[in-house]
Design a protein around this ligand. Structure first.
Ligand code: MG
Length: 451
């Protein structure tokens, strides 16, 4: 803390006759641990405002950054999930004003009914991050410490890498990642890569090819042929030739093929020892995922769209997946994601972490990853964005260093915003840099789920 603030607070307390008013005595202040932030009296901390600055970056977005202000001058930062509406956070504001942000779990339970799967979880999770940041700043401890401490000092990262139809070119890009220090790789391996080859794909005319198609996998009528599976097998073989067999290599975005095709393709890829096959079908179909998982000797993974721990536990209990991959900005925030990891660990399932936001949300992930024993590896979509690290201050730069992120020791999430850089990347559609949001102060409804 800033020593001048500490003495300023003491003189304020003396001047105000603070003892009689129930404030702490000087003696009590002296007894506080040296690290306690006496700028803030945590038990009297109250939320006074919530504002948004929406950042646009290459890749998934936009990313609405939340700032929750208090009556004691400290603020918390959080982030709505990439691509989600800032409204998902703002409509929680009236439920938070006047509350003590240090009661993180209590406030989370109050607002969690307003979250849902995928982007709809983004508001609740962004607020939860900001509450932890505030609690950490109020007590002057890093978030990982409030979660029970660290299992590791550095967080292993995998970086998404630009695709190429030529496996040699793509393999070279992955090799460059390894030279940058990355120790876990990932590739997209969609049926769109072979769609133009006659006889590689059986599909009704007009069926969408990419993961963006709104028709779910089982309902497209699209199936990969032996020939198509062999072509993707050849592609992975050529990539493996470049990067070797020793480094974990995950695969995603297969396209909306049916369950039998998932199995056909998965079996063809077994020899390449892929680290996981991601989201082969939507996460909601536990029995079908289990069918795929039982048929293929490669790890199956899902989770980036799941809100709250219950559905993760269901998947793990059924052993429908080998690995879960929550996105902390959807899954329920920092504490809920630790709970998800801990529950999965008891069922023998490791936890990777999906992530595509700014360094604010990144650090929320880093604290959770540090404090969750069965953590495996965390995603990053911005390894090639030169200004991504510059959005914040207070942590080691570059944030991703030789394939790892150092867990920060500063209070809360450990980052402050670099106002100048954030202002250079604001969304032109949104309302500027933490502009007033008073229109959300009085939004009300009877929110109780029971009577
Ligand atoms: Mg994915």
């Amino acid at each position: 803390m800033n020593p001048s603030n500490r003495s300023a607070r003491r003189s304020f307390l003396r001047g105000a006759g603070a003892l009689a008013a129930g404030f702490w005595a000087d003696e009590a202040l002296e007894a506080l641990p040296q690290n306690t932030n006496t700028n803030s009296k945590p038990s009297d901390l109250k939320i006074t405002d919530m504002r948004i600055a929406t950042v646009v970056k290459p890749g998934p977005g936009p990313c609405p950054i939340i700032r929750i202000d208090t009556n004691q001058g400290i603020y918390g930062l959080g982030e709505v999930r990439d691509g989600a509406s800032k409204t998902y956070a703002l409509f929680l504001k009236s439920r938070l004003l006047g509350q003590n942000p240090c009661n993180v779990d209590r406030l989370f339970r109050r607002i969690k009914q307003f979250g849902n799967h995928s982007r709809q979880g983004g508001g609740v999770c962004g607020v939860e991050m900001a509450l932890w940041d505030l609690a950490g700043k109020a007590y002057n401890v890093p978030v990982y410490q409030m979660l029970g401490g660290k299992f590791r000092d550095k967080i292993r990262i995998y970086a998404d890498t630009t695709e190429s139809p030529d496996p040699k070119i793509f393999g070279q890009r992955l090799k460059a990642r390894m030279e940058q220090g990355f120790t876990w790789l990932k590739m997209d391996l969609g049926v769109d890569m072979v769609a133009k080859v006659p006889g590689a794909l059986t599909r009704p005319a007009g069926a969408g090819l990419t993961y963006g198609d709104p028709v779910q996998h089982m309902f497209t009528g699209m199936e990969i042929t032996e020939k198509g599976a062999a072509l993707l097998d050849d592609y992975v073989a050529a990539v493996r030739e470049q990067v070797g067999m020793d480094v974990p290599l995950s695969a995603d975005h297969f396209g909306h093929i049916g369950v039998n095709s998932c199995i056909r393709l998965g079996k063809a890829l077994e020899k390449h020892n892929l680290a996981w096959l991601e989201d082969m079908i939507p996460w909601q179909y536990t029995d079908l995922l289990k069918k795929i998982n039982d048929a293929i000797d490669l790890p199956i993974l899902t989770g980036e769209d799941i809100y709250l721990k219950e559905d993760f536990i269901n998947l793990c209990r059924a052993h429908a997946v080998d690995i879960i991959q929550p996105d902390l900005a959807t899954s329920g925030g920092i504490l809920e994601t630790k709970k998800i990891g801990d529950a999965a660990q008891e069922l023998g399932v490791p936890m990777a972490m999906h992530f595509a936001g700014t360094p604010v949300s990144c650090m929320a992930n880093v604290h959770c990853a540090a404090a969750t024993e069965n953590f495996l590896v965390m995603e990053n979509h911005s390894a090639d964005v030169p200004w991504w690290s510059d959005l914040v201050n207070g942590v080691e730069k570059p944030i991703i260093n030789k394939g790892f992120i150092t867990v920060p020791d500063g209070p809360g999430l450990g980052v402050t915003l670099n106002e100048e850089v954030v202002k250079q990347h604001l969304s032109p559609q949104d309302n500027g840099y933490f502009e007033p949001t008073t229109q959300w102060n009085t939004e009300r409804s009877v929110d109780r789920w029971w009577s």
